[in-house]
Design a binder for this molecule. Structure first.
Ligand code: NAD
Length: 425
């Protein structure tokens, strides 16, 4: 594609992610043209059409229908749920499409490696939606690391606080709660983190060990007398952090992600919907298998080591990088205690440099969604697929780390990543 030409986008799956990308792309008509989308759900197709702002926009009922047409676009967005990524991404690549592929790449490592091989064999470009690489915050951290001001990275500590309500919504009641139907938590939520950490260390992870489990979201933790559904009259009621009736109040924005009529339905209709919806269940009485806490202990080819903790019971991401010349502290805790985003503490002078980031407001993920969409045109204009910032080739590393971590958590073994890759290649 020549760079002045508009990049034509189509999508398989019109859910919350595709809508975000369509909305952001439609704001840049000089770069993007949204030409088509497929979804079983007519209301979602209609929303995609409206977002496209394109009178010639074409709708299809599913992946097979859109892929039966001659190639319609330069890039196909794969915005279906995790379990469909492998089939939809493979078929779209075979049809000739380059891809914007939602993470996770797939639900198991064998398929991740098979997709990487297929893209290579067919010469397709695949950009994985590791949106954090496009946030002003992580770009600044990367620039600081690359500048050498920290010296060599020796150690790091990183935390991802999912936040209790978000854990309940997505990983206890929601799409990613049963890992056997979706993807293990350390991939579903934290492949962003393994991606960012290996990107910052700029060295392959060679081995890791992991621990974790479900400590809180289990029946033994339920308040006495809590029924299976919040709508059945819970004795704890409004005192419960996870009361599903909050979807009508301060958590209405979360309802919009899962219930298409969230903005137009009456309160009575929403309560009725909650009576049978997975999101109306008591968080202590679900079929969840996704962990609510997990730690990783990693060593890298450079000699660096680091730890990562995913927990439901914190909010936002935190990072400490310990270099030979200085340490860097960054993220939510720094923001709440020091009032800035990043602090650099120089070992020789003990001077503190405080950095505040101008965060992007558009989209979610701290500006990552907006940054990703803004850069898509330039990314797909690059000559080599692997030069793309979040290419499939680069993204395999984060998934290798995540799947190895899950195996370690389940078996109690320390994993050698070269062995894991060789076993499945
Ligand atoms: N990049 C990120 O940070 C990030 C954040 C959240 C979710 N995700 C990932 O994005 C993906 C999509 O998530 P979502 O919340 O938008 O999903 P969603 O469930 O809201 O939407 C998926 C859509 O796909 C449609 N669909 C299913 N089968 C189809 C088929 N055969 N053909 C056409 N359409 C079909 C469904 O009808 C649905 O509308 C998931 O894999 C999720 O893990 C990524």
């Amino acid at each position: 594609m020549n760079s002045p030409q508009r990049l034509r986008l189509a999508a398989i799956g019109c859910g919350s992610r595709t809508f975000i990308y369509f909305e952001l792309a439609a704001k840049q008509p000089e770069l993007y043209e949204i030409v088509a989308a497929a979804d079983h759900n007519a209301a979602r197709r209609a929303k995609a059409r409206a977002l496209s702002q394109n009178p010639a926009f074409r709708e299809f009922t599913d992946d097979a229908a859109i892929l039966a047409e001659p190639k319609l676009a330069d890039v196909m967005i794969i915005g279906t749920q995790d379990a469909f990524h492998f089939a939809h991404a493979s078929a779209a690549m075979r049809k000739g499409y380059d891809l914007l592929l939602e993470k996770p790449i797939s639900t198991n490592l064998r398929d991740v490696l098979a997709l990487e091989k297929l893209a290579r064999d067919l010469g397709r470009k695949v950009q994985v939606c590791h949106v954090l690489r496009y946030t002003p915050f992580y770009r600044r951290v990367k620039d600081i690391v690359t500048s050498g001001v920290l010296g060599k990275i020796v150690t790091f500590e990183a935390t991802e606080g999912v936040e209790p309500w978000h854990q309940g919504h997505s990983f206890v009641r929601g799409h990613w709660s049963v890992t056997e139907k979706a993807t293990p938590m350390i991939i579903a939520k934290s492949c962003h983190d393994t991606d960012i950490l290996s990107w910052l260390v700029d060295s392959p992870c060679v081995s890791l060990g992991s621990f974790g489990g479900i400590m809180h979201f289990r029946p033994e933790q339920a308040p006495a007398g809590a029924p299976a559904r919040c709508t059945d009259g819970c004795p704890v009621g409004d005192m419960c952090l996870y009361n599903a009736h909050r979807y009508l109040g301060d958590r209405k924005n979360w309802l919009e992600i899962i219930y298409d009529r969230a903005k137009t339905a009456t309160d009575a209709e929403i309560v009725d919907w909650l009576k049978t919806s997975p999101w109306g269940r008591c968080v202590y009485h679900c079929d969840n298998t996704a962990v609510d806490h997990q730690t990783l202990n990693m060593s890298f080819a450079s000699g660096a080591t680091g730890t990562f903790t995913m927990t439901a019971f914190s909010e936002g991401r935190d990072l400490a990088i310990f270099g030979t010349k200085a340490r860097l502290l960054a993220g939510e805790r720094v923001k709440r205690t020091a009032g800035c985003d990043i602090v650099i503490d120089d070992h020789a002078t003990h001077t503190l440099q405080r950095i505040t980031i101008d965060h992007e407001k558009d989209g979610w993920h701290g500006g990552g969604d907006a940054g990703l969409v803004r850069s898509l045109h330039a990314e797909f204009s690059k000559a080599q697929a692997e030069d793309m910032e979040s290419s499939l080739q680069k993204s395999v590393e984060s998934h290798l780390m995540g799947f190895a971590a899950e195996e370690s958590r389940q078996t109690g073994r320390t994993m050698n990543l070269a062995e894991v890759r060789a076993r499945l290649s």
